[in-house]
Design a protein around this ligand. Structure first.
Ligand SMILES: [Cu+2]
Length: 352
């Protein structure tokens, strides 16, 4: 690393000296070798401008064609649809505007390139033109911002309407733990100071709190489809971020406080696996894995598509692997699963 930095510094110093000598030469005003652009240079630069525009358009089209298969599938949460739509409309507008303005910019750069004897036209102002190019962006941007603010406040409104399932997401370097409120759907009090690893009280639940006794602590997040979930996020050590891309959900987990996010899953894991884009992605991935298996390499087991909770704040060395599987299932499947889990009270009793 030090070697790279030293080389970089040396290279930069060399460039600085080279540039300084050039400035010095230019200041000498030797007309023969003066580095002032002539008609030929201007023409070349004009063509290069055009070429650059074609290049940016082509690379954009190429990237869409080649990489759009890596996009996330359609949103699996109720609010996600609106969120995606807002994003799509914003991008379409940006694309149209950038297409027109970049074309004009590069075309005029070419058309009015420097030519000997050419004189710039002095054009004071045009009120109507200025009015048009001010008022249109004002209306479009105001519309987008208002719509965005409305969507934002709707998404960020965490309330207790519609009997939401209460789930705690607990972040620590470098894993996730989930906690359900149990039969009463109320989370018991908890604090990092009450963590007792020896007695398996990994989340620091208050053993004296009757609400905590029936809490269920798990390493895999199960959610019933169609029911609103209110997440309460905590962190044990540093800033983490609970990121559930398929549900268009993300919320920071901050040590010393509880943050919240709420969404309703609308597609089960089984349903998302039937999505054509997902089927295609699984096929491609498993083709790579089959190749690996043939060569006897690691990481070659067939892969199944799953929802996932990721950490989206670089929180330390193993941040990249801080994840938890999310399973969205029917109400019956969910009930069967939660009933098969041990409660906090049972775990504590077992550790006595
Ligand atoms: Cu993290």
């Amino acid at each position: 690393m030090t070697t790279v930095l030293t080389l970089a510094v040396l290279a930069l110093v060399a460039i600085a000296i080279w540039q300084m000598t050039k400035i010095f030469e230019l200041s000498q005003l030797k007309s023969e070798h003066a580095q002032i652009a002539n008609d030929e240079d201007n023409k070349n630069n004009g063509y290069l401008l055009f070429a650059f525009m074609v290049f940016t358009y082509l690379i954009t089209i190429f990237c869409f064609w080649k990489y759009s298969k890596f996009f996330l599938p359609d949103a699996s949460s109720a609010h996600g649809e609106e969120y995606d739509y807002l994003m799509l409309v914003s991008f379409v507008i940006i694309f149209i505007v950038q297409f027109i303005t970049q074309a004009l910019l590069h075309y005029f750069g070419y058309k009015y390139r420097g030519k000997k004897g050419n004189k710039a036209l002095f054009y004071a102002d045009n009120d109507r033109l200025e009015f048009i190019w001010t008022i249109i962006p004002v209306i479009v941007l105001a519309g987008l911002i208002l719509w965005g603010l409305y969507t934002w406040t709707t998404i960020m409104d965490v309330n207790d309407e519609d009997d939401p399932l209460i789930v705690e997401l607990y972040a620590q370097q470098f894993n996730w733990t989930a906690r359900y409120g149990g039969n009463d759907n109320v989370l018991g009090q908890a604090n990092v100071r009450m963590i007792d690893i020896d007695r398996a009280n990994v989340l620091g639940l208050d053993e004296g709190d009757s609400y905590a006794t029936d809490d269920v602590i798990v390493k895999e997040l199960h959610l019933p489809v169609g029911r609103k979930v209110n997440f309460k996020m905590r962190s044990q050590d540093v800033l983490h971020s609970a990121y559930m891309p398929h549900f268009r959900a993300q919320m920071n987990c901050v040590p010393g406080m509880t943050t919240e996010f709420s969404f309703t899953p609308i597609k089960t894991t089984e349903q998302i696996r039937q999505d054509p884009d997902v089927i295609d992605k699984v096929k491609r991935t498993n083709a790579i894995r089959a190749e690996r298996a043939a060569k006897g390499e690691d990481n070659s087991d067939p892969w199944e598509y799953d929802y996932i909770l990721l950490c989206n704040k670089i929180c330390g060395r193993s941040h990249y692997n801080m994840q938890m599987k999310i399973i969205v299932e029917t109400q019956e499947e969910y009930e069967a699963w939660i009933a098969s889990q041990q409660t906090f009270g049972q775990t504590m009793a077992a550790s006595e």
